[in-house]
Write a protein that binds this ligand. Structure first.
Ligand code: GLN
Length: 190
């Protein structure tokens, strides 16, 4: 049976991930919007979308989702964070006190490519994918430090923009804003 995939739906671009999962061939009735710990208990894996990391951090703590996500991750649940989602997975956010889940041994720098007007789209080679992926960067973070156990899956101009450790995946960019479903399929197979 197909895994039950949850998309964190507190804030941000969760609807686009749902559309990408369907485009990737995942049955629509096996995709859930996750807003509470109870929603999370119904899924086998989780996508944390792009959005605003300070807002989502506060709302996660408010709903108790922070603790339940961490517990499930420690039990082996695959999680993929895109953009804001990768910030949430990080151990440390550079230059500020900010809540994060500490599920990936990485330090991230927010808005590393500048403001919204500096958003861009490019083709990126990613370890584990057959073809270069279409990647959209919107006020995207980069990984500035990582533990030796963290695998770098992709770089752009020598900046680290995709990482993985076991079943936790982080990408600076938004594949869900393109029609390219390679990373969604990769995540579904983790
Ligand atoms: N700049 C946002 C943040 O730091 C992330 C942007 C995004 O997810 N597209 O929270």
């Amino acid at each position: 049976m197909a895994p039950q995939v949850g998309v964190l739906a507190i804030q941000g671009s969760f609807q686009k991930h749902i559309e990408s999962l369907i485009r990737a061939g995942h049955p629509a009735d096996q995709i859930y919007e996750v807003r509470t710990p109870k929603d999370l208990s119904q899924v086998d894996r989780l996508i944390i979308p792009g959005g605003e990391s300070t807002t989502v951090g506060l709302l996660m703590q408010h709903t108790g989702l922070d603790q339940t996500i961490v517990e499930r991750a420690h039990q082996g649940m695959p999680i993929w964070g895109t953009c804001m989602g990768m910030i949430m997975l990080a151990r440390t956010v550079e230059n500020r006190e900010q809540f994060s889940l500490n599920l990936l041994n990485i330090t991230v720098r927010r808005n590393a490519f500048g403001a919204q007007v500096h958003s861009f789209e490019t083709k990126l080679a990613v370890v584990g994918l057959v073809d270069p992926i279409e990647a959209v960067f919107i006020r995207a973070p980069i990984v500035t430090e990582h533990g030796p156990e963290v695998q770098v899956l992709s770089t752009f101009n020598d900046q680290i923009v995709a990482v993985q450790h076991n079943k936790i995946l982080g990408t600076s960019f938004h594949p869900e804003l393109t029609t390219d479903t390679q990373l969604h399929r990769y995540f579904l197979n983790l």
